[in-house]
Design a protein around this ligand. Structure first.
Ligand SMILES: NC(=O)c1ccc[n+]([C@@H]2O[C@H](COP(=O)([O-])OP(=O)(O)OC[C@H]3O[C@@H](n4cnc5c(N)ncnc54)[C@H](O)[C@@H]3O)[C@@H](O)[C@H]2O)c1
Length: 340
């Protein structure tokens, strides 16, 4: 069985569904702090619990044969990490160390860890590959980089094999329409543009239009959430085969789109014009963040299958069908394990 922490969250619920569709046994551990019970596929075992709860983790590892852990649970807001760094170091670092120590104690030896391109900070380069030295510029990025270093140290001495996946900007929704992005508050660009186009949000603010980029707005690399899910499955298979272990991989499309271009694509898909405001640049926002993902192409044979148009169309379909997010979706039947 695969334990997916954070499996009720945006990326986690897509991964859980992909794993179940391939007949993996899946257990989700999530405290629903930002995730949704309705996002968890009814075929998964669901535990409403805390990552840092050592007793609970021991009971899970004693009761079930957990072959691998995919660890997605985290707090993920860059701005909040600057104003409340302790929250990030507690949840993303301390609670993760609690999980890792229980994995070591119970000899659960395979880990796929959700890292982020935020570990790179603000690199001054066209495209970023894994040879770039991490230099995170906020507590969120630092918390993820710390765990990358912790797992590297643990793998030296314990029977722990890991793969860290540094995602660029996850976006889009499952084309079958059962899962999508529902963050409160939503800070990501594509859903916010779509909220404006759906009349749920008055204006979109573009932070800075005088960057040294082709149209003055920031350029980012967007990756469909199902492509991310597929990369996790390849990582799990690679760990099971004891190949390419203890590596960090970038996960991006290797193509950059500016904020203005994303707005235009969203307008095209929705068939309407968006209301846009221009605001000040945000501190620490690099002009360009584009992945060079050849390492994962080469080692794991992963390739993104979804285009930017697919990303925006699937997101548009999800938000149009479920403007209230998971509140508009019935609870998927779930098996409860322990309630604390
Ligand atoms: N969304 C992106 O673009 C992106 C980019 C890079 C990296 N990531 C990483 O991917 C992972 C998932 O991101 P997401 O966008 O799905 O976020 P999300 O907030 O939708 O999901 C995180 C999940 O973790 C759960 N969780 C948080 N703390 C927990 C705890 N202590 N115990 C149990 N459950 C807990 C939340 O309830 C939520 O369901 C995170 O680790 C994030 O840092 C995301």
């Amino acid at each position: 069985m695969i334990l997916v922490t954070g499996g009720a969250g945006y990326i986690g619920c897509h991964l859980v569904k992909s794993l179940l569709d391939l007949n993996y046994g899946v257990m989700v551990l999530d405290n629903l702090s930002t995730g949704h019970r309705g996002a968890v596929d009814g075929r998964a075992l669901f535990i409403n619990g805390e990552l840092g709860d050592g007793q609970l983790l021991s009971r899970i590892f004693r009761t079930y044969f957990i072959e691998s852990v995919v660890h997605l649970a985290a707090n993920c807001y860059v701005g909040e990490s600057v104003s409340d760094p302790l929250k990030y170091y507690f949840n993303n670092v301390s609670a993760t160390i609690a999980l890792l120590s229980k994995m070591v104690e119970h000899r659960v030896g395979k880990l796929v860890f959700s890292s982020t391109c935020a570990v790179y900070g603000t690199p001054d380069t066209e495209k970023i590959d894994e040879t770039f030295s991490p230099n995170p510029v906020n507590p969120y990025g630092r918390s993820k980089h710390m765990i990358e270093q912790v797992v590297r140290d643990l793998a030296e001495v314990y029977k722990l094999h890991y793969i860290c996946l540094r995602y660029f900007n996850a976006a889009g929704a499952d084309p079958c329409g059962v899962n999508g992005e529902d963050h409160q508050p939503e800070t990501h660009l594509i859903p916010n543009i779509l909220f404006n186009l759906l009349g749920k949000k008055e204006k979109i603010t573009v932070y800075g239009n005088d960057y040294t980029t082709r149209d003055g707005t920031c350029i980012r690399d967007y990756i469909h959430v199902n492509d991310l899910a597929e990369a996790h499955i390849l990582a799990l298979k690679s760990l099971a085969a004891n190949k390419h272990t203890n590596q960090c991989y970038n996960l991006g499309s290797d193509v950059g789109f500016s904020v203005k271009e994303i707005i235009e694509w969203c307008e095209k898909v929705a068939g309407k014009k968006a209301q846009v405001d221009y605001g000040e640049k945000r501190r620490g926002d690099p002009p360009k963040l584009i992945s060079a993902s050849q390492k994962i192409y080469r080692d794991l044979g992963w390739r993104p299958q979804y285009s930017l148009q697919d990303i925006i169309e699937t997101a548009w379909n999800w938000h149009s069908r479920c403007p209230g997010g998971y509140c508009d979706i019935g609870l998927k039947e779930t098996i409860k394990f322990y309630d604390y």
